[in-house]
Design a protein around this ligand. Sequence first.
Ligand code: ZN
Length: 470
Amino acid sequence: MTLYNILDRYVFLPIGDLVYGSRVVAELKEMERNDHLSEESLCDMQNAKLQKLVKHCYETVPYYTRLFDKLGIKPEQIRTRDDLKVLPVLTKQIIRDNYNDFLSSAIDPKRLKRQSTGGSTGTPLKFCTDSKEWSAWKASTLRAWKWYGLNIGDKIFSLGGNSINQKDSLFSFKGLYDRVIMRNYKFSSADVSDECMQQHYEAMMKLKPAALRGYGSALYILARYIEKKQLPVCPIRVVLTTGEVLVSDYRRKLQEVFQAPVYDAYGAADGGILSHECPKHEGLHITEESCVIEITDKNGIRLPDGVVGQVCTTDLDNYAFPFLRYLVGDMAYIKKEKCSCGRGSRLIGEVLGRNGRLVYNKQGVPISPTMLPFMLYPQLDYHKAENRKLYYKIDKFQIRQDAVGDILILLKLVDPNEPKDQFDYILTNYRNHFVGSEVKLRFVDEIPTMPSGKEDYCVSEFEYKNTNIQ
Ligand SMILES: [Zn+2]
């Protein structure tokens, strides 16, 4: 540990909590205490938090008051995660139709953090959280970093899109928090040209980060560039991937080029899920203290461990805009086996439905698929309120790449009578990235699902054969 690590943990992080009204220090202490609890103790803790949340939902959230009364359910009936089955699952459509009724009357509207999904499941959604939820999220991440020998205050080189790399001014509190406390140096994965990769490489060498973090596909493009140019790499302790499914050959390449272990994470801010790989690499440890994860069929029937189904979550920390049994839109399974590291938390096996494999333009330039939903926002920026307005006119979307590398964007609008020309910016965004490809935008009534039944926002049937760039 360096002096900066110590100052960060014991001085800067508590100051951050004071200024931001968060409780990361307290949450982190608790999570570190829980790290090696048995499955039974974790389950007891989860059930206690669940009972408190359900009571809060019934008493302060109009949607749940109505739902419980209609079904004749009393909050006291839900005592364990098995009891959740008496409730129907919550879909994005239900939340959109009842948005205002999901806000808890017990939360000061000034404390709400308005959020939206980056669209990785192909269905836009706006929702709210508060600082308690945010604190638990940060604490879970910091605890996992410790598993890897990474401490708060170690420098992170972060390469990704808006979902992990929101750019805030260094003069804003959020910007300062990210730079001084999280020491996160953010770089955009929107442009993946060789010139840009050279700039990223030079920035990385100058920064000498302890960790690289980002979309697996974006880091893979950087790794391949470094390999192609035979450039030396500064010592990196760990590579942290997130935001999309990490393809196994990308993982191998990252390990090989950066000479460091790769740890994957799976999260969904709307569902309050955060799960991290531990050094045993046997799956992703669920943060059981902050979220109940069930794997269900579409109707909410719980599936046994080992069987792939819908990820259905109950976020135990979001008291502002609570979701009970929310279908995130991803598919995954929970492993039957526990991890050999001895932790009591369950492991998520493979996550399906978040495509991490690269797509290519006609010149063979790869594009991270996780960038594709951001191109549905004007200026690729989903943090601007006016950009979100247009985005929320989209009900569902799918980006298809056919056998010759051209791009077809399918949009299903919330209101089919909406003027179509207001979406012309989407064509411009895609044409800028898919240089030389034919880009078409088509408005449809339904988005096709995959033969497996899963919904995927990016469907690529185009395999790039040029071995020079692999
Ligand atoms: Zn483990």
